[in-house]
Design a binder for this molecule. Structure first.
Ligand SMILES: Cc1ncc(COP(=O)(O)O)c(C=O)c1O
Length: 363
């Protein structure tokens, strides 16, 4: 008997726009046919080119307004790479970093690797609670706050501008750097401005194109507090790690930004995400589900008599894969009794419906 095809609700990828493959093939063909191919592949992209930085500033203009980002931008191998590098620059063994008490990106794993102590800041439906953050600043003197304030993964919360201002103020008063992961910021039209625009002096902005274009590029940007910080960053990592991105990815992303393809892809992803979120709302009526129309996932809170681990197992038995929630807790061994439903994992809306039908039958 043929095994049932597994449906992935655990993979937090964007849906693939219909003309993605065609656009990528055309770009690869154009690069392959152009006279500069050998040159492109002959060099690392150390220090970037002006063109890379100008394209990055154009991509991020909707997040930063008219701010001059050019000399503050550094290219990276994606957001995870950026977070790891920035945190390793700001904190070392024995230091403390604060983060949302439900936190994505394997914050625990990154902290452990760097010998950093991680302290969870209480969150509510909007995100970090400023008073709780202030208390932690007083009691634990963290070196940095690592946060995902826009479409937080996994809870999808969006920190409003007044709170961003208040948190930035607290961070400034206590000498705490802010490291902000804006990986989903581009998915939300009119998202609140990043900390790096609200309080540029003490904020590092990290993003990647993995949720807004495609994870396969392994490409992203860091916006440093100042041009000097950007060059210190480059000098520090230049010869020690794979900080520098693949020239092929950097070149395609820059050309897509400059010729408008990137913005078309983003718009198609946004439309599909909105359509899929409507399907989630329709298929799970009455569920205790937190989500947003622009989020790549929903966060399904379960009643106390339905353990997340049991639900995961039961769903797996029906070929629907859900990720373990333990990866989101800053307190090991104390995962939330919730599951993350990633809507971009299924290859189609029909596949998403099939998976949600299974989940609906199990909760
Ligand atoms: C909050 C957050 N940041 C970053 C990433 C990954 O970014 P990248 O693929 O650019 O490394 C993810 C998801 O995979 C994520 O959820």
């Amino acid at each position: 008997m043929e095994a049932q095809k597994e449906i992935h609700l655990e993979r937090n990828f964007p849906p693939v726009p219909p003309d993605f493959g065609h656009s990528l093939r055309s770009s690869l063909q154009r690069i392959a046919d152009a006279p500069g191919l050998d040159e492109l592949m002959r060099f690392h992209r150390y220090g970037e080119s002006d063109g890379d930085r100008i394209a990055g500033a154009k991509w991020l203009a909707s997040r930063f307004g008219n701010e001059d980002l050019n000399r503050r931008i550094v290219l990276t191998n994606g957001a995870k790479n950026g977070v790891l590098l920035v945190l390793s620059m700001l904190a070392g063994p024995g230091d403390i970093v604060a983060t949302e008490e439900q936190s994505a990106l394997g914050a625990w794993a990154i902290a452990k690797q760097l010998g950093i102590g991680l302290v969870g800041v209480p969150i509510d439906d909007e995100g970090i609670v400023p008073d709780a953050f202030e208390q932690i600043c007083r009691a634990r003197s963290p070196k940095a706050l690592f946060t995902v304030p826009t479409l937080h993964n996994p809870t999808t919360h969006i920190l409003g501008l007044p709170r961003r201002r208040r948190i930035a103020e607290i961070a400034r008063d206590h000498g705490v750097a802010i490291v902000e992961d804006d990986i989903c910021g581009m998915l939300m039209p009119d998202a609140p401005p990043p900390f790096a625009a609200v309080s540029p002096q003490s904020s590092w902005f990290v993003t990647g194109v993995g949720k807004s274009l495609s994870p396969g590029f392994r490409f992203g940007y860091v916006v440093a507090p100042s041009p000097q910080d950007a060059s210190d960053f480059i000098a520090r990592f230049r010869s020690t790690t794979t900080w520098v991105p693949s020239p092929l990815s950097a070149s395609i992303v820059a050309s897509w930004i400059n010729d408008g393809t990137a913005f078309r892809m983003l718009s198609a992803i946004r439309d599909e995400v909105e359509a899929r979120q409507a399907i989630v709302a329709e298929m799970l009526p009455g569920a205790d589900l937190v989500s947003k129309p622009w989020a790549l996932n929903g966060w399904l809170r379960l009643p106390s008599d339905r353990a997340a681990s049991d639900l995961m197992q039961a769903a797996r038995a029906r070929s629907v894969l859900l990720g373990p929630t333990s990866v989101f807790s800053t307190r090991p061994g104390q995962p939330a009794n919730s599951v993350r439903l990633c809507i971009g994992g299924p290859v189609s809306r029909d596949e998403l419906r099939m998976a949600l039908d299974v989940v609906a039958g199990l909760i």
